[in-house]
Design a protein around this ligand. Structure first.
Ligand SMILES: [Zn+2]
Length: 300
């Protein structure tokens, strides 16, 4: 609601400004018209006693012409992203190798079981043509999405990000590497296992697998502006590389695969491969997460 209302407000503001420009050409002229003596000669008496000269207000035809009214720009109302857009639950899954557990330092974690649909149809053909898949998922950890991927996206650009977990709570944001603590490259959004993870914007799925260690089952989406969003620790992905997704479309189910403590979505937003802070860009943030967000912004 907030976003749409804001857009309506902007559109209304635009209309109002156009109206002013159309119906009152040259505001200064109107201001002078309000003074009936503006066009007559005036005798000026200066403070030091000497008398002055006639001062004529600039003649109307000498005034610079009013600039032409700007063409009316009516911002398109964005599609309603208040409700998730359903994705059919896959019935044909890639074979999995079990839990795929390993150790990193003292922590044991499991990237599996792999739960990703088997690619098929036109989307799978597109993924083949564009070399989407694991290497694409790794590539965007350091680079912007490739131009040929971006060119294939059938979606709209947006400056905001749709909060990806309805009812989810914000656990933590990005954190720099500090001492022995690792850098945290995304935001963690806690939610029950099975809660749906939603796309933050329109885009093209370029990766859906669990073979980037630590992320577990993860979906990576490339967007029109070359940025990418990543949705990690899923218990299941519903999409595969080559699929077009819409803002608020279901990408999968929240889980705890990879290096995760508790079921949550690890959400990353990367620009040119650099982890960026998505918190100021989110729309539709639930009230509880919003309070935590304010806390984080004030250094809490
Ligand atoms: Zn995380």
């Amino acid at each position: 609601m907030v976003r749409r209302d804001a857009t309506r407000g902007l559109a209304a503001l635009g209309l109002c400004c156009v109206a002013v420009a159309l119906f009152s050409p040259g505001l200064p002229a109107d201001a002078q018209d309000a003074d009936p003596d503006a066009d007559v000669d005036e005798w000026v008496e200066f403070e030091d006693g000497h008398t002055g000269e006639h001062v004529r207000a600039p003649a109307r035809d000498q005034r610079p012409p009013a600039p032409p009214a700007e063409p009316e720009v009516v911002e398109e109302v964005p599609p309603d992203d208040s409700q998730p857009i359903a994705t059919p639950v896959p019935t044909d899954w890639l074979p999995n190798d079990g839990s795929q557990c390993r150790r990193r330092r003292r922590h044991r974690f499991c990237d599996g079981p792999l739960r990703v649909p088997r690619p098929h149809g036109d989307a799978a053909a597109l993924a083949d043509r564009l070399n989407l898949g694991t290497r694409a998922g790794q590539y965007v950890l350091e680079h912007a999405a490739r131009p040929e991927w971006v060119a294939a996206i059938q979606g709209r650009p947006s400056t905001t990000l749709r909060w990806p977990v309805d009812g989810g709570n914000l656990w933590r944001g990005l954190q720099p590497r500090r001492g022995r603590r690792h850098e945290h490259t995304g935001v963690d959004i806690g939610a029950r296992a099975g809660t749906k993870a939603l796309a933050a914007n329109d885009g093209l799925v370029i990766y859906a697998h669990n073979d980037i260690t630590g992320y577990g089952n993860m979906v990576t989406v490339a967007h029109v502006d070359g940025s990418v969003t990543m949705y990690a620790h899923l218990q299941a992905a519903y999409v595969f590389p080559g699929m077009q997704v819409r803002r608020a479309q279901v990408l999968g189910e929240i889980g705890e695969t990879g290096i995760a403590h508790g079921t949550h979505l690890h959400f990353e937003w990367r620009i040119d491969g650099v982890p960026s802070n998505p918190l100021p860009r989110f729309t539709r943030v639930p009230a509880r997460a919003e309070r935590r967000l304010r806390q984080l912004e004030s250094g809490g």
